[in-house]
Design a protein around this ligand. Sequence first.
Ligand code: G6P
Length: 634
Amino acid sequence: MCGIVGYVGRSEAAPILLDGLRRLEYRGYDSAGVAIVDGDKVETRKCAGRIAALGKLMAEKPPSGTFGISHTRWATHGKPTDQNAHPHFDASGKLALVHNGVIENYQALKDQLMRDGDRKFSSETDTEVLAHLIGKLYDDSIAEATAQDSNGNATNAPPLNQRGLLVDAVRAALRQVIGTYGIALVHSDVPDFLVGARRGSPLVLGVGKEENFLASDVSAIVAYTRDAVYLNDFDVVAVERDKFEISSVAGEAGSYQLSKVEFSDADIKKGDYPHYMLKEIFEQPGSVRDAMRGRLSSEECTAKLGGLNMSPAQLRDVGRVVLTGCGTALHAAMVGEYLIEALAQIPTEVEFASEFRHRNTPMTRDTLVFAISQSGETADTLGALRESRRKGYRTLGICNNVASTIARESDGGVYMHAGPEIGVAATKSFTAQVTIMTAIGLLLGRMRHLSTSEGTRIIDALNALPTQIEEVLKLSDEIKAIAKKYANAPGMLFFGRQFHFPIALEAALKMKEITYLFAEGHPSAELKHGIIALVRPELPSVFIAPDDAVFSKNLNNIEQVRARKGPVIAVTSGAGADRLAKIADDIITIPTAPDYVSPILTVIPLQLLAYHLAVELGRDVDKPRNLAKSVTVE
Ligand code: G6P
């Protein structure tokens, strides 16, 4: 949510910043801006709208300079207008700041600044208040240092340490802030210098050769360097061309670890695909394979998840599981609940991360908590993780982004290894999460009653998945034709039972996110308890009805819809296709698979259905309205 890129080096900053913003556009895209220091002035360009609009503005009047900051915004405080776009300035106009997060006490800080002197604020943002506060503290310290100089010691006084004073001002301001921030700033009196800081919003330092970068996400800078330092909460970093220094908001010297970014620039290119979402849907044979690579033991008929950091005895003694996340990750958790309860018979709860963190969920001593998050930065999920750890529960992360905050703050976990996901609508991360859930169910099951032959059956089914997913992907054109047929539908209803109920929810979420059509998912049997009132000839119902133990139950529900002239699209497998031939209007037939792995196959045609329908409706598939890939505010 919101993207930050900063650069200091020997090259022109403008193209680097703009390129970085383009790569971060999936984090927020309602306005964008840059500030580049050119000699003694800060050149800024900013506007409401997409990065393309900013690019046009910059092309008309190119800003020049070798250090600067930039931002792409997802509005929290203040509408997406030119004025509210970042960067924001202090009263002197010399300090420019970009910010992700929310400053909760901005009104109190603003009132305090107004009491100290008449100030003009040109935006409605909390960020501008922080820019004024840092600027004031810096100007005050310069005034104080200059006064001492003129107090008789002018000639012998050490040169003014502007860089140190600017960092001090940042620290002093942040000590007054309540809320979350990832910030980057420049000051036109302090050449070749960036300051960054974070609390609750990610910020990474990219270390180059005679150039350094700041970014809210490494994908912005991976084209320039793969050496990165992931900053911790309360870190303040002072960045020059050829060095950097990390300290804390409190002023203590900080330590850091240099990491190698796992993916390259090529991995985040769209290639020949028209959209990232389609590319990522088609990457699923590989991403599912990577999610289980090295984690299945045919010898012991179980999963090996060393990252959980748990001994066999600890795994055996797990008495309860809580799975938490938001959006798509929550739906993966819901599949996980079915899997863990079925395979391991361990009572499992799914909690919306946002609810979990604010309510007193009853927990037992032997409860194991999982925080599931593609980005590893979602504020609500992070809040849930912290709350759970605060109470002393072992809390594990299931994340895609290596070194993300959730991954770092958890007691252990499992990386998805799905590769960078750029499309705002999550696809490959979902199937990776469900794959990992299956592995966790298998592992916990094998610590209890699950036999070696059952373990082997699950491992075989998992190993067969990549090839089966390839088969499903071959249906893309067929699904596109179905999407065209229903392009005028007012919405869609999705139904599934058991493991496929969460798939109905996920399919409906994809449909809402990228087509903006009304869509809801329900357990199939709930149809008759109210939802049936919606059934009519214009509104299609999508049934997830593979050839499994509840197929005939699904068939009953499909008949109930048909009896009321509702069109039916069915996702089925095996003998299901024949049995539905005369009943459903459209049938998508996928390979047959055991219950435990089947959700990974049934969700893919529905990702494709949402995708093709969104394209048919002319929607901006990779950047749907109002959404952001990673929501780092509450
Ligand atoms: C946002 C995105 C969703 C995503 C959710 C959780 O709401 O729009 O697509 O599922 O965040 O994201 P996470 O990174 O925690 O999996």
